[in-house]
Design a protein around this ligand. Structure first.
Ligand code: SF4
Length: 377
């Protein structure tokens, strides 16, 4: 049931992605990169679960030093997420097989340097060290110029941004790249990836629903997107992003392979028409930036506490860090982003106070009740 794909083949070290290669399954370490022992254990858990590539986040030179130690201890294919620190690429590239950059974060540093120059720098660095590149576009962090041009049409913004960055890499004569276009809403993921695949059928795609949340909902949301895309021949590599305890991260690989096996065998799951109605809880899968592992427990507590509001069409976002948390909660009705000892509560893009992990559920309940009351009146 997975038709022949038409993308070109790229390589992440010895792993072929795209074209006739098997669909690769990836995940990401959730531990702090500077906790080398825990991160190595995390890489091992993912490897043993069958991960083809393991991604690690790097935000500082200290992270890079630890990455070098991790590299020396594992044969896993490693990918690194550069986030805002695109210039770290020169330090990171010698230790990894793939570099992921987010076009929405390139404007943060060296604002005067044109984006095409930054992309050319990344292409040159990756090329020198034999790394593949992922252009990782995320609807939660759209680059400001695309936000301006496309307004509320996030699908167009992210599909166009991905296509433009492909052109920038092509212009730099770098072709060993994949693209990912993600959002927490599987319907947007399907539409944006379809649109991109029409424009660039040659470029391999990495699929994922970001901030899909906890199982089983997180798996169902992901399955919805993967069934629609893979059955049309769109998608060359996948990740199932789940909010689960660090020791259970192998579940992302197990669920990814199960979804692939089902689609290959023609076993499609249908979901009720009203699946997207009612309360929607999105939560990030966590990564090395999580500042307090208590975040995972909090996400589960939010799910439990808000069950009483299940029939209301509201979105609550629970994010694990201050890097992406503030921006990625903006579009939710209520958002929580977690720091080391406090949780910041938001009402749409507005701040609604900072609380301890113990206090925040009570304040969330007050905000949720007020929103429900406002909609009813
Ligand atoms: S919100 Fe922060 S902790 Fe969660 S996955 Fe994104 S960067 Fe990592």
């Amino acid at each position: 049931m997975i038709p022949k794909r038409e993308t070109r083949t790229i390589h992440v070290r010895d792993l072929a992605i795209g074209g006739e290669a098997p669909i690769a399954v990836q995940s990401m370490a959730a531990t702090r990169t500077q906790d080398v022992e825990a991160t190595l254990r995390q890489v091992q858990i993912l490897n043993e679960a069958g991960a083809d590539i393991v991604r690690i986040a790097v935000d500082s030179k200290a992270d890079v030093d630890c990455l070098a130690e991790i590299r020396a201890e594992t044969d896993a294919r490693l990918s690194v997420d550069l986030q805002e620190s695109y210039k770290l690429a020169t330090l990171v590239a010698p230790h990894v097989d793939k570099i992921r950059y987010n076009p929405g974060h390139l404007h943060h540093h060296e604002k005067a340097r044109p984006i095409p120059e930054k992309v050319a720098f990344l292409a040159e660095t990756a090329g020198e060290h034999g790394c593949a590149v992922r252009i990782g576009v995320n609807a939660g962090s759209i680059a400001p110029d695309y936000k301006e041009r496309h307004g509320d049409d996030r699908t167009s913004a992210i599909a166009q941004c991905a296509a433009d960055h492909c052109e920038l890499l092509d212009a730099a004569d770098f072709h060993n790249y994949v693209v990912s276009i993600k959002d927490s809403d599987p319907r947007l993921v399907v539409e944006a990836n379809q649109r991109f695949a029409e424009a660039r059928p040659d470029v391999p795609l990495h699929l994922g629903v970001t901030e899909a949340g906890m199982p089983p909902d997180g798996v169902i949301k992901t399955r919805i997107a993967f069934e629609q895309l893979l059955s049309c021949g769109i998608g060359d590599t996948i990740r199932v992003s789940l909010t689960v305890p660090f020791d259970d991260k192998g579940l992302e690989i197990v669920e990814g392979r199960a979804i692939l096996a089902d689609i290959e065998a023609g076993r499609f799951r249908s979901v009720p028409k009203n699946f997207f109605d009612g309360l929607n809880i999105i939560s990030c899968p966590s990564c090395s930036r999580v500042e307090n592992e208590r975040f995972i427990e909090l996400a589960e507590e939010v799910k439990e506490m808000t069950r009483y509001a299940a029939e209301h069409d509201l979105t609550i976002a629970v994010m694990g860090c201050r890097v992406n948390g503030p921006g990625e909660t903006d579009d939710a009705d209520l958002g929580l982003w977690c720091g080391p000892s406090r949780v910041n509560l938001k009402r749409g893009p507005e701040d609604a106070g900072s609380y301890t992990y113990e206090e925040v559920l009570g304040s969330l309940r007050v905000e949720l009740d007020a929103l429900i009351a406002a909609r009813v009146s």
